[in-house]
Write a protein that binds this ligand. Structure first.
Ligand code: NAD
Length: 423
């Protein structure tokens, strides 16, 4: 039978598996299998060419039992409602596992920003917010950047939203530039949180991070900062990295300046030149013999058909949904420490929570405080996950770190729904 690759079906299967292990109440399970609210918007935008084009935009507010919906907005030509629904579900579990006062949400627009000028991107961003209108807000739904969106886009969106409500509400969007009260530290917090997970997991595996070799798929916000921070925090060696065009492998380690130059000159990191560097496809990068593999690009990269070729000891899921459920089971069976996305990349939303908190209170932290609090939160989530895994093992149930993290997250949301009288 062909492997299920529909991201939302995958998210539902993961929930079903956790529900079975933890004996989740059937009514709570039924509520949690579907999003609370789905918005599909056809958005006409008069572009700088003078022509009007209609873009399809989505916003999914999956669950708000523990707080306002929270999640990024993606601009992607292949965006689909099922991807957004899945990502919104994962945001719910991510916020819950991190124990921050948010529910889960996600949004997207089907568009190809690579083929657009900056002004058109601004026009689309503002139009998206006008269509969302009062379905967002500091206590309702708080968007943030994601694939192919950035702080500048968040600033335009915040400006548009402020025009709608006729006052500034800086906490309505996170991932903003610091000039409009984004937070110091937020920019690299996704990758930094991932590095804290990596540090703790390395202790578990008795892996010396200074000697560890790393391959990273993706050279965007998550992937590029994973490169710089793995060196800065752990002194590890990144031997391979890629972008959507292709990748580069050098057993001696890669140099950031040269990577940036290659990207700028040739449009891809695969234009990198050094004595021992060789080009690798995105497929081959995943199969390299490295200690730590970090998928930091898109979903469904490690599947039934290639999972047995994965040779790393630790798989750090910095992207959302890079490993299919079947592949995740195989990794567990093969003894690879597969650390789930909603634990590994929770630093982004925890950073957003810090930004939102600062916007609400009007008191701003420095980067040092931000990074220390991030470390504390992520490390606690990691430890909670491992403790739950051990607890189940003591009961005779061998479960993966993903299932352990799911059990914690689902239990908290189910308890909040119960307390509110939803079931
Ligand atoms: P980004 O747009 O900054 O970068 C995406 C990178 O992926 C680019 O280097 C791009 O070239 C590469 N890419 C695109 N298609 C690819 C393909 N088919 N094969 C290989 N590489 C491909 O996005 P980002 O913010 O770095 O997000 C990457 C992943 O991390 C996503 O799954 C996102 O949901 C997740 N994530 C990001 C954040 C954040 O704060 N940025 C937070 C949580 C999760």
């Amino acid at each position: 039978m062909a492997e299920e690759l529909n991201p939302f079906k995958i998210a539902q299967t993961q929930l079903d598996n956790a529900a079975a292990i933890m004996n989740l109440d059937r009514q709570a399970h039924a509520i949690l299998r579907e999003p609370k609210r789905i918005l599909v918007m056809n958005i006409p935008v008069k572009l700088t060419s003078g022509k009007t084009q209609t873009f399809t935009g989505f916003r999914v507010q999956y669950n708000d039992a523990r707080g306002p919906a929270k999640g990024g907005i993606r601009f992607h030509p292949q965006e689909s409602i099922d991807t957004v629904k899945a990502l919104a579900a994962w945001m719910t579990w991510k916020c819950s596992l991190a124990d921050i006062p948010f529910g889960g949400g996600k949004g997207g627009i089907i568009c190809d920003t690579k083929k657009m000028n900056e002004k058109d991107i601004e026009l689309i961003s503002r139009a998206y917010v006008r269509h969302l209108g009062k379905d967002m807000g500091v206590d309702v739904d708080v968007p943030a950047p994601d694939v192919y969106t950035n702080p500048q886009i968040m600033a335009w969106m915040l400006d548009e939203y402020s025009n709608i409500i006729r006052h500034n509400e800086f906490g309505a969007i996170t991932g903003k530039p610091v000039e409009v009260w984004g937070s110091a530290g937020r920019m690299d917090s996704t990758a930094r949180g991932g590095m804290f997970v990596m540090r703790e997991a390395a202790k578990l595996l008795k892996l010396n991070p200074k000697k560890a070799t790393i391959a990273i798929q993706g050279f965007g916000n998550a992937g590029r900062f994973a490169y710089t921070l793995s060196k800065e925090i752990m002194g590890s060696k990144v031997v391979a990295i890629s972008d959507s065009t292709g990748g580069i492998y050098d057993p001696d380690g890669l140099d950031l300046k040269k990577l940036d130059e290659a990207k700028e000159k040739t449009g891809s990191v695969d234009g990198y030149k050094s004595k021992n560097a060789e080009k690798v496809t995105n497929e081959k990068l995943l199969e390299l013999k490295v200690d730590i593999l970090i998928p930091a690009a898109i979903e469904n990269q490690i599947r039934k058909d290639n999972v047995d070729k994965v040779k790393c000891k630790m798989l750090l899921e910095l992207a959302n949904g890079p490993v299919t459920p079947e592949a995740s089971d195989t990794l567990f069976h093969n003894g690879v420490l597969d650390l789930p996305d909603f634990l590994v990349n929770s630093g982004g939303v925890i950073g957003s929570y810090f930004e939102w908190t600062q916007n609400i209170t009007g008191y701003y932290w420095d980067t040092k405080r931000f990074n220390e609090e991030l470390d504390r939160k992520v490390t606690k989530s990691f430890n909670d996950t491992i403790t739950t895994q051990k607890l189940y093992a003591a009961m005779g149930k061998k479960i993966s770190t993903r299932m352990a993290a799911y059990i914690i997250a689902v239990d908290r949301v189910a308890k909040a729904m119960k307390a509110r009288g939803w079931y």
